[in-house]
Design a protein around this ligand. Structure first.
Ligand code: UAG
Ligand code: ATP
Length: 480
């Protein structure tokens, strides 16, 4: 594409691609100098030019300018990059129905439910923590919400592959760093705001401010904000939403409300109250929070033109979202559940659910750790929660990064008072011990890693068999 198509009054030089990282610049690229948390992109202009950048987009005054390169000074490089990327990739988000889901917990689940419900009639892509999926393509992501350039390029590829919709997880980091500014959403969904990511945002106010950007920036004329009315941030989000607001809830009057909820370890039933009518909903998903997730997906889809009866029909057989409330059944007489819970709220909800499906008088056994180099305050709270709900606790490694797993375990253990507990550093051995000790009627919860196939240790990403695979192997061995 010509540079003059991307910037007014720019020369007609051919542009081969866009980059904000000097290390990956290719000949003919534009290099955007982004401000970072540790570095400043302006410091890498020479290396970008050495790698072939033909145009530099910057905001700071530059003392030296290389002859031959084109320099374009803008007020806000991030903003310019988002606008340019939209044009360069031919506005892919305008060609698909775009669903953006934000909130502390539930993003992966809701985006996958949305995709699962519509994918047969409306090919739908998914971008988030679990994967990047469209058509037959499945890629492993590095981030939940990729950087703006990668995101636009993947959306463009989705359009090329015939996708008509895309469900995107929008993290608070992604919002704070403007990764989704170039996307025009049709529907923005809010799940909940609970304690997380304060290492990055500093305060809950900042964390909320970041989340609210998705709603402030939804400017499409027929766009819709779908907001959880049981969350205390409902009012604030409603007030800042540019688009019309639709609510969902269990405990409050709402546009989409679930009542008469009946839960078991096999599935859930409830009555959906919508527009003065009651619709019975049956789903294979379990747990109270999945009722919220389903309500959000149902509301989002119905408000964007999908038939309610058909959506409800589909709810009966939602594909298992990997590592989210995944029941492991190898014929053993006790429950084993793998879940990605890694926030105090997620942990508590899982432990409450675990308690509810454990036969009276039997044991709830939990295996979990807490990530290194992330919110340290969570650790003691995880211990306190397990102490409150569980009968036996096995503390193990999560993603220690370059922290000592024993130290992390000590911090978790500081929240445990009376409940019997052990520290087993090796995660496989911890799972093995939990399964070996389980008896008929017990429940084993394997929490924190979900479907992840790696553990971040001191030396980086090490392969991990996965909690679900480890659980199956250990159960089979114990039954043999
Ligand atoms: C904390 C955080 O979000 N960091 C992101 C941030 O990095 P940074 O600000 O430190 O970048 P920097 O190193 O200061 O560099 C500034 C600029 O100079 C450029 N540079 C740097 C060095 C060089 O040699 N050449 C060069 O051009 C960089 O490409 C960048 O444009 O900007 C980078 C470029 O967009 C991101 O890749 C990086 O994400 C890192 C990898 C990350 O781990 N982010 C996580 C925390 C994250 O975003 N997580 C969320 C939430 C997940 C959840 O809900 O749990 C996610 O969406 O995944
Ligand atoms: N609506 C919800 N409310 C509270 N907790 C939830 C909800 N949905 C899921 N959870 C819990 O949070 C965990 C993570 O769920 P999910 O992956 O859907 O969230 P997420 O927002 O995508 O998180 P991440 O971006 O970290 O993957 C689940 O395994 C479950 O324990």
């Amino acid at each position: 594409m010509r540079l003059s198509k991307l910037f007014k009054n720019a020369p007609t030089v051919n542009i081969t691609g866009l980059s904000f990282d000097s290390r990956t610049v290719r000949p003919g690229n534009i290099y955007f100098c982004l401000p970072g948390l540790t570095n400043d992109g302006h410091d890498f202009i020479d290396s970008a030019i050495k790698n072939g950048a033909v145009c530099i987009v910057h905001s700071k005054e530059l003392l030296n300018m290389a002859p031959g390169a084109i320099y374009i000074r803008v007020e806000d490089v991030n903003d310019a990059m988002n606008k340019v990327a939209r044009i360069f990739y031919a506005r892919p988000s305008d060609k698909m129905k775009m669903y953006g889901v934000t909130g502390t917990n539930g993003k992966s689940t809701i985006t996958n439910i949305i995709r699962d419900i519509i994918n047969d009639k409306t090919p739908c892509g998914y971008i988030g923590t679990i994967a990047i999926k469209y058509g037959d393509i499945e890629l492993q992501p590095n981030l939940t919400t990729p950087d703006a350039l990668f995101l636009q390029s993947k959306l463009a590829d989705m359009v090329r592959c015939g996708m008509k919709a895309c469900a995107l997880e929008v993290s608070s980091h992604g919002l704070a760093q403007h990764r989704v500014d170039g996307i025009s959403f049709d529907c923005a969904i809010f799940t909940n705001l609970t304690y997380d990511h304060l290492d990055f945002h500093g305060t809950m106010e900042n964390y909320f401010e970041a989340k609210s950007l998705l709603f402030k920036n939804l400017v499409k004329e027929d766009g819709v904000s779908v907001i959880n009315k049981d969350d205390e941030k409902y009012g604030a989000l409603k007030d800042c939403s540019k688009a019309r607001v639709i609510s969902y809830a269990i405990n409050s009057e709402a546009d989409y409300r679930a009542i008469n909820i009946k839960m078991s370890s096999q599935g859930t039933q409830f009555d959906l109250v919508y527009s003065g009518h009651m619709y019975p909903v049956k789903t294979n998903l379990v747990g109270n929070f999945n009722v919220y997730n389903l309500l959000a997906a149902i509301a989002a889809l119905n408000e964007t033109g999908y038939d309610l009866e058909r959506i409800i029909e589909k709810c009966a057989h939602i594909a298992q979202v990997e590592g989210r409330m995944e029941r492991i059944d190898c014929g053993q007489p006790y429950n084993v559940i793998v879940d990605f819970a890694h926030t105090p709220d997620g942990m508590e909800k899982m432990m409450q659910f675990g308690r509810s499906v454990t036969m009276p008088g039997h044991r709830l056994i939990a295996v979990f750790g807490s990530a290194g180099k992330r919110d340290v305050h969570k650790r003691k709270v995880f211990g306190e929660l397990a102490d409150k709900y569980c009968d036996y606790i096995i503390v193990t490694e999560d993603d220690p990064r370059d922290e000592d797993p024993k130290e992390i375990a000590e911090q978790i253990k500081s929240g445990i008072q009376d409940t019997p507990h052990v520290f087993v550093q090796d995660r496989y051995e911890a799972i093995h011990q939990a399964i070996s000790s389980a008896q008929e009627g017990d429940t084993v919860l394997l929490l924190g890693k979900g479907d992840e196939s790696f553990i971040y240790r001191e030396n980086g990403r090490a392969p991990w068999v996965g909690d679900n695979v480890a659980a199956k192997e250990c159960i089979k061995a114990s039954l043999a």
